[in-house]
Design a binder for this molecule. Structure first.
Ligand code: MG
Length: 372
């Protein structure tokens, strides 16, 4: 496949609800979409990078520049194949979200041309995956209880609550009391410090499936110390940028669960390697997401259908965050699962009119037929 041009689109999508985490508050999603135009057809990808630094330093501006100045020009003169993507996209790990977006667009185009779905290509072993939802930090415990009740009513099989110092144990205990059998997780996005371990011991009472990323990404020692101090499994997200990061963290007992997020590790290929590394070490994984539109969501649902994903992840319907949907919808069925999309490419068709309606800016970058 020869890439002839790459279109970078910035779309503005208002969130259906204000989303608060320990990093800050989000009201609108400034999402960067990537469309590759090739000699065998088009493909779409989505960049998970946020508007402001926090979850990662790779903001949407940083990712946009990396694509425009480095990743897209590097496609020049290459014949692109599914088994040669790492070579074409090599050297891009300092901007994994940009890399993941371009990789997904290339995979989408190649699989559409080859009449194959991403789920089949990845090695999915399930046709449906249980849906989970991530809920933000709320002002009061009652507000959190109302949000959890709404998620349970909507059919979600597992609920993850964002927590931070001052809004943690009491909220989780209240939710547990109201929903004794609910599969429950907590995500601190690195908001605690090593001397909070004594406080975090109290979290065991909530019987969580895991506590995710309590400490900053580079503090594996604190995670290992907490894992020794509590019964709740410790899960890592921001700390794991690659399959080798996961191997190191597991070997030092810093986690016993891993959040696999394609955007964070540079794309689906590394996400699958991360999954494989965890399966090899008998560590369960679940599928995380960003504030995804249907494009990234479809790929994530396919990823979550791999055999090692034994815990429900942040795999919600494609209407979770936005009123405007950019693809065919992905919805929860009656028992709280999402059907793995089995169309060609990412599995769903994109809605060009919907994308156009929310596009703020776009640029088309021609790709040179010769190597730069
Ligand atoms: Mg997380």
């Amino acid at each position: 496949m020869r890439v002839e041009a790459v279109e970078l689109r910035r779309c503005q999508l208002p969130l259906r609800e204000v989303f608060r985490t320990s990093y800050g508050v989000e009201r609108t999603r400034d999402v960067l979409l990537v469309r590759v135009r090739t000699d065998v057809g088009d493909g779409w990808g989505e960049c998970g990078a946020p508007a402001a630094p926090g979850y990662t330093d790779e903001t949407v501006e940083v990712a946009h520049r990396a694509l425009r100045d480095r990743l897209v020009p590097a496609l020049g003169g290459h014949d692109v194949h599914l088994d040669g993507l790492d070579a074409v996209l090599d050297g891009s790990c300092d901007t994994p979200m940009a890399r993941a977006a371009l990789e997904l667009a290339l995979i989408d185009a190649l699989l559409r041309a080859g009449n194959q779905s991403v789920a089949h290509w990845l090695g999915a072993t399930r046709t449906r995956v249980p849906a989970g939802i991530a809920l933000g930090v709320e002002a009061t415990i009652d507000d959190s209880l109302a949000r959890v009740a709404g998620a349970v009513d909507a059919g979600y099989r597992r609920v993850k609550l964002k927590i931070e110092p001052g809004r943690d144990v009491a909220v989780l205990d209240a939710v547990r009391a109201a929903f004794p059998d609910l599969a429950l997780q907590a995500d601190a996005n690195g908001a605690y410090r090593g001397d909070d371990i004594e406080h975090l011991r109290a979290i065991d009472a909530a019987r969580l499936q895991c506590i995710e990323q309590p400490f900053p990404a580079d503090d594996l020692a604190a995670h290992a110390a907490l894992a020794r101090a509590i019964a709740t499994p410790v899960c890592l997200d921001e700390s794991i940028r690659s399959s080798s990061d996961a191997a190191r963290a597991i070997d030092m007992a810093a986690c016993s669960v891993v959040n696999v997020k394609a955007a964070r590790v540079g794309g689906l290929l590394e996400a699958r390697r991360l999954h494989d590394a965890c399966v090899e070490r008998e560590v369960p994984v679940w599928c995380g997401g960003m504030l995804d539109t249907g494009i990234a969501r479809a790929a994530n649902v396919a990823l979550a259908a791999l055999p090692g994903f034994t815990i429900p992840g942040d795999v919600s319907g494609s209407d979770r965050w936005f009123d405007v949907e950019l693809t065919q919808p992905l919805r929860l069925d009656d028992d709280g699962c999402i059907r793995v999309p089995n169309g060609v490419g990412i599995g769903v068709d994109v809605d060009g009119d919907a994308i156009e309606s929310c596009t703020e800016s776009s640029e088309v970058l021609p790709v040179s037929p010769r190597r730069s």
